[in-house]
Design a protein around this ligand. Structure first.
Ligand SMILES: CC(=O)SCCNC(=O)CCNC(=O)[C@H](O)C(C)(C)COP(=O)(O)OP(=O)(O)OC[C@H]1O[C@@H](n2cnc3c(N)ncnc32)[C@H](O)[C@@H]1OP(=O)(O)O
Ligand SMILES: O=CC(=O)O
Ligand SMILES: [Mg+2]
Length: 359
């Protein structure tokens, strides 16, 4: 095992120093596109200003005989596009595939200066991250890259979930984790045939009543346990948790529900697989203006953040102050990127202040 003192040393001579803290950059939606699909590739310049992250996907959903075209397409797009403040990520093929090594060799040496994060699928343990970590350092040194490329792991095997804490803490490059419900369902031998979301058969039923009345059923969340474990592992290691894909593109209502559950549990974003999911993720992963105004009211009332006060009949103390800071800090970070949101937050705060003056 490496000494803790060596944890922040570059893993190759000439590679950039690892980051000590994951920079928080808005990433409400990680928008997937197939760089080898001409129609999708053509949309990249117009999609870039609408999303926080654009991800050139090379793995699942790209046909085996289109893998090289997707990789070459991503290189061409990255070289030709000015992404502004939008991050560029990629999802490489899994480490046991015939394509992963060439994905990393090509992408880092050709467009490593444009890539913010590399998403690694089907990560099973710290050893997978250690392999990518050393290889990236060697390639960064070779390509003369001056800032480290970060790594994002997909939690989509039963072994990966069992090892989630060690994966989250495996390298200073670790930026975050996404839940991959489709592969995880297969790995766990679940009996679903979907990409994320719920299932009508997974439910609890009301107890029988004396009158033999019909008994209500309540659909349960298949993903609650895994998302909660992932959020805890990420928070413990200072990295960011994300919900992954929601495959029923037409069911925008259930997509919004799934995203919102993840947001409330601590996730900072989700994947968008189709343009229609971009606005959903933007809406859900941006705190509501009324919630931001409330959070700022509590912060103002709490002074140094200690003690207890009553606001509108609700007790506030050090713990609610901290929750409100989470909401307010997130709103600040998003408002700095999104002028419309900045305006909505300012208007809600003004309205809340006016209401208070009237009291
Ligand atoms: C389990 C996992 O690993 S999930 C992650 C892997 N999966 C993916 O990345 C899937 C990405 N998305 C897709 O491939 C597509 O959205 C599909 C196959 C789901 C649906 O595609 P289509 O049937 O073409 O959808 P639809 O007809 O509604 O598309 C409308 C337009 O949006 C475009 N479009 C669709 N998805 C995207 C996208 N993700 N990014 C950019 N443009 C897109 C289409 O090319 C089409 O363009 P056009 O108007 O010029 O013809
Ligand atoms: O890659 C994502 C998944 O759900 O599988
Ligand atoms: Mg998968």
């Amino acid at each position: 095992m490496r000494s803790a003192k060596d944890f922040f040393r570059p893993l190759a001579v000439g590679a950039p120093a690892p980051v000590r803290e994951v920079p928080f950059r808005p990433s409400r939606m990680i928008h997937f596109f197939d760089p080898g699909n001409e129609k999708m590739a053509a949309k990249v310049p117009s999609l870039a200003p609408q999303v926080d992250v654009l991800l050139g996907n090379l793995e699942d959903a790209v046909q085996a005989d289109r893998k090289e075209a997707a990789r070459a397409g991503l290189v061409a797009i990255a070289k030709a596009t000015d992404f502004g403040g939008t991050q560029l990520w990629t999802r490489v093929n899994s480490l046991d595939s015939p394509w992963a090594l060439d994905d990393l060799l090509t992408l880092v040496t050709e467009i490593g200066d444009k890539l913010d994060v590399i998403m690694v699928p089907k990560v099973e343990g710290a050893e997978d991250i250690h392999y990518v970590d050393r290889l990236l350092a060697q390639l960064e040194a070779k390509a003369g890259i001056t800032r480290p490329i970060l790594v994002h792991a997909i939690l989509e095997t039963a072994t990966g979930v069992a090892n989630v804490e060690e994966i989250a803490g495996a390298s200073p490059r670790m930026q975050g984790l996404s839940l991959g419900p489709a592969d995880l369902a297969a790995s766990r031998r679940m009996k679903t045939t979907r990409v994320g979301g719920g299932h009508p058969g997974y439910l609890v039923r009301q107890d029988p009543t004396a009158e033999d009345a019909p008994r209500a059923t309540y659909q349960q969340d298949l993903w609650h346990y895994t998302i909660a474990r992932m959020v805890d592992a990420c928070a413990a290691h200072g990295i960011l948790p994300y919900y992954g894909p929601f495959g029923d593109i037409k069911d925008v209502v259930a997509c919004e529900d799934q995203f919102r559950n993840a947001f409330l549990l601590g996730c900072v974003g989700a994947w968008s697989l189709h343009p229609v999911q971009i606005a959903i993720a933007k809406r859900v992963f941006s705190p509501a203006p009324e919630d931001v105004a409330w959070a700022r009211r509590v912060i103002a009332a709490m002074g140094d953040g200690t003690g207890a006060v009553m606001i509108d009949g609700k007790m506030q103390d050090d713990a609610t102050y901290k929750q409100c800071q989470v909401v307010s800090d997130l709103a600040d970070a998003l408002a700095a990127r999104d002028p419309e949101l900045a305006e909505a937050y300012a208007a809600a705060e003004k309205a809340a202040a006016a209401k208070e003056d009237d009291r």
